[in-house]
Design a protein around this ligand. Structure first.
Ligand code: KIV
Length: 278
């Protein structure tokens, strides 16, 4: 069954936790989709985990469309959300609608995600008015890394916590269909989840949210970089890959690979007809 804005909302109402993972390519999207994850996020985290940038800021609309289209080709049932990259919506309401439209038309996404609270409500409202569902993103919003002075947990003081709650209510009023809560204390995320009618999807925000999202390279143990406290490694895929790659090197060098089993043959009588002199 295709996951939609309505099924995600039903999940909040029934208490069935929403599962979301990132994906950036066709093959991974197919695996995640076939496992039954409710939503796939084509995150601008692709700048870091796929393109090797230090943060998400250099990611372009072209990058997002390219990866979103690949993910959509590999997805049947998951609700596909595409991130709006840095400066594709902050500049004006017009840019926001235009670029959200491109992620839907050219990328094939089901919804877009953008970061921020009160300051982006006009953009959210205009995009939703153009019939594009918007997922908001509050707390540790990675596009604000320079303003925050690093990737730091947000909402730890009373003032900052209140501001995040106010922002959550504002983005809901502006028409957001869900909100990602990243890097905030679990009790604050619980308060927001209880106060909002729309689903909250947490990452580093405790288990009181309506759902969870993780970057797949982190949760499958593909990265060796710093692993944040909130990440659980559910598998150790890097080790498996290393084992396979090292075995390939060993068998190729020793001549064990390719064996008969992985080799095409030609009948001897055909071979005999080939004039090697020519
Ligand atoms: O870009 C991304 O992967 C995200 C998640 C961390 C929520 O925004």
């Amino acid at each position: 069954m295709k996951n939609t804005v309505s099924t995600l909302l039903e999940q909040k109402l029934s208490g069935d936790k929403i599962t979301m993972l990132t994906a950036y390519d066709y093959t991974t999207a197919r695996i995640i989709d076939e496992c039954g994850v409710n939503a796939i996020l084509v995150g601008d985290s692709l700048g870091m985990v796929m393109l090797g940038y230090e943060n998400t800021l250099p990611v372009t609309m072209e990058d997002m469309i390219h990866h979103t289209a690949a993910v959509v080709r590999g997805t049947k049932n998951a609700f596909v959300v595409a991130d709006m990259p840095f400066m594709s919506y902050q500049t004006s309401v017009y840019d926001a609608v235009l670029n959200a439209g491109r992620l839907i038309k050219e990328g094939g996404a089901n919804a877009v995600k953008l970061e921020g609270g009160a300051e982006v409500c006009e953009q959210i409202n205009a995009i939703v008015s153009a019939s594009v569902p918007v997922v908001a993103h509050l707390g540790l919003t990675p596009q604000s890394v320079n303003a925050f002075g690093g990737f730091k947990v947000q909402g730890k003081s009373a003032d900052k916590a209140k501001k995040i709650i106010e922002d959550a209510l504002k983005i809901q009023d502006a028409g957001a269909c869900a909100v990602v809560l990243e890097g905030i204390p679990a009790k604050l995320a619980q308060i927001i989840t209880d106060r909002l009618a729309i689903p909250t999807i947490g990452i580093g925000a405790g288990n009181g949210c309506d759902g969870q999202v993780l970057v797949y390279q982190d949760m499958l143990g593909l990265t060796t970089d710093h692993i944040p406290k909130f990440v659980k490694q559910f598998a150790h895929v890097r080790k498996e890959m290393e084992n396979g790659i090292k075995e390939y090197i060993r068998e190729t060098k020793s001549g064990e690979f390719p064996s008969e089993e992985h080799t095409y043959s030609i009948p001897d009588e055909v071979l005999a007809q080939i004039d090697l002199e020519e």
